[in-house]
Write a protein of this length. Structure first.
Length: 157
């Protein structure tokens, strides 16, 4: 999927979180399933089956996964993201390894996997397992980060 299409799909999903999703769901896993269904319906790439992963074993966590199918300057994108997010010091897990660049911003962990061509943003949270308001807020923040990252990729490509 092209970067512009991905950005448009993410923006549409973010807008829907504020309107209809929280009213229809009572559990975080159902909220994530609704967001994934909306994402699949709004993309032209039908091979994608989900945007978010939700895991409630141990500490609940949410992971957003965005495929990036263009060549770009990974180091430049990460430096620009740090500037955009006003991060002066590298994150606690900042490193370049086999999976690409790993870094953190607050409770959000970012991994760009060069082999898969995908950005993964994860968040472990300590809210109640039935707290859909917090989960929808986390999902919106993750989408904001992903859109900012894709805009930097687009500028770098």
């Amino acid at each position: 999927m092209k970067i512009d299409d991905t950005i448009q799909a993410l923006v549409k999903i973010r807008e829907s979180i504020d309107t209809w999703v929280p009213e229809r769901t009572t559990h975080p896993d159902a909220l994530i399933a609704d967001l994934n269904d909306l994402y699949v319906a709004s993309t032209k790439n039908r091979d994608f089956d989900e945007l978010f992963e939700y895991d409630d074993v141990g500490s609940p966590s949410i992971t957003l996964i965005v495929s990036i199918e263009v060549e770009f300057d990974l180091q430049n994108v990460m430096e620009n993201m740090r500037t955009r997010l006003h991060i002066t010091q590298p994150g606690r897990a900042d490193e370049i390894g086999n999976t690409g660049i790993v870094w953190s911003q607050g409770r959000y962990d970012f991994v760009y996997d060069d082999n898969l061509g995908a950005l993964r943003i994860s968040h472990q949270y300590s809210h109640k397992r039935v707290d859909t308001k917090s989960v929808s807020s986390i999902a919106k923040q993750m989408i904001d980060y992903a859109v900012a990252y894709l805009e930097e990729v687009k500028a770098s490509a």
